[in-house]
Design a protein around this ligand. Structure first.
Ligand SMILES: [Fe+2]
Ligand SMILES: [Fe+2]
Length: 314
């Protein structure tokens, strides 16, 4: 049997099973569970397909995906680490010429790179999620202590952000990220004097200057907690406008991260439909009309459209 034969689909099942057994011997016997057995067989099949297609990348991609999916099973890495070598030994024992076995070496080099990539185990991912959740809750508690109304607003903004993200077909992970960003977007307001935050009137220009600083103070507060570092830019940028006339940096269009553009729409909508000491709550339809009025200048049109759909449940 040669490499060319095993690469062809008519290669006998027994031959592939022999190869899979050779591959599996790389794993200590106590760790050869069902997953390892299945992956050893699939490795041989995938190797055969990728060799037949002349595309080693197929095999390397597959191994990469399997390493991610089975990050919790160290035996899987052991299996792949020795897989090419065991195939090579197997074919050598069958008398397959060195020249014909050469392609296996280059695949082995690519696999070695893939196997060195750090993987996140499910336990580590869960732990990270818990840590971020705890940090977000901590920030919200600080806000609650400083200004309960802002904390309530933040919870609502977070909920709108989640609905917007889903409507925009973002992944589950991205949706969680945007919802968390909504929860902590105004954390910088813990530094804003209550006399300004709770002023029962429109603010003076000087007071507005102080009020606007909640974006940059917010960023600093977020950066003090390494668990929340990935949110710092969103907190800083949630009052930017896509026409570049927002603050604090005057970023425009795509310079404003998508998550910040989502938070902006959710934030403004929620502020409008909420009661303020100096004005009554606006009807949701009027708030939507206001978003529409400023779409393309203050707001991202796609997100405003999504907000219409979310609110009108279309
Ligand atoms: Fe804000
Ligand atoms: Fe806000």
């Amino acid at each position: 049997m040669s490499l060319a034969l095993i690469a062809r689909s008519e290669a006998r099942t027994e031959a592939r099973l022999d190869l899979a057994s050779a591959v599996m011997r790389e794993v200590p016997s106590g760790e050869r569970n069902l997953i390892v057995q299945l992956l050893a067989r699939t490795f041989v099949d995938t190797y055969a397909h990728s060799a037949a297609a002349g595309s080693p990348a197929q095999l390397v991609d597959w191994v990469d995906r399997m390493c991610d999916a089975h990050a919790d099973t160290p035996a899987v890495t052991k299996l792949f680490r020795g897989a090419c070598r065991s195939l090579d030994d197997f074919f050598a024992a069958q008398g397959v010429a060195e020249r014909e076995r050469k392609p296996l070496r280059s695949v082995e080099d690519s696999l070695r790179e893939v196997l060195q990539k750090p993987r996140t185990t499910r336990a580590a991912a869960r732990e990270h999620v818990d840590e971020v959740d705890a940090a977000v809750s901590g920030m919200l508690a600080r806000l609650e202590g400083a200004d309960p109304l802002t904390a309530e607003h933040s919870r609502s903004v977070s909920s709108w952000c989640g609905r917007l993200a889903r409507r925009l077909s973002l992944s589950e992970k991205e949706t969680t990220y945007v919802a968390r960003a909504g929860m902590i977007h105004d954390v910088g307001k813990v530094t804003t004097p209550p006399s300004i935050l709770q002023a029962p009137r429109k603010l003076t220009e000087a007071e507005w200057v102080t009020m606007r600083e909640h974006t940059t103070y917010g960023e600093q507060i977020i950066l003090e907690d390494e668990r929340l570092g990935e949110f710092s830019l969103i907190v800083r940028a949630h009052h930017e406008r896509i026409d570049g006339h927002g603050y604090p940096d005057g970023r425009e269009r795509d310079e404003v991260p998508l998550a910040a553009r989502i938070v902006t729409v959710a934030d403004c909508f929620n502020a409008m439909i909420g009661r303020r000491p100096y004005r009554p709550a606006m009807a949701p339809s009027d708030a939507l009309a206001q978003l529409q009025l400023h779409t393309g200048s203050q707001f991202d049109p796609e997100i405003v459209a999504a907000m219409h759909e979310v609110v009108l449940q279309r």
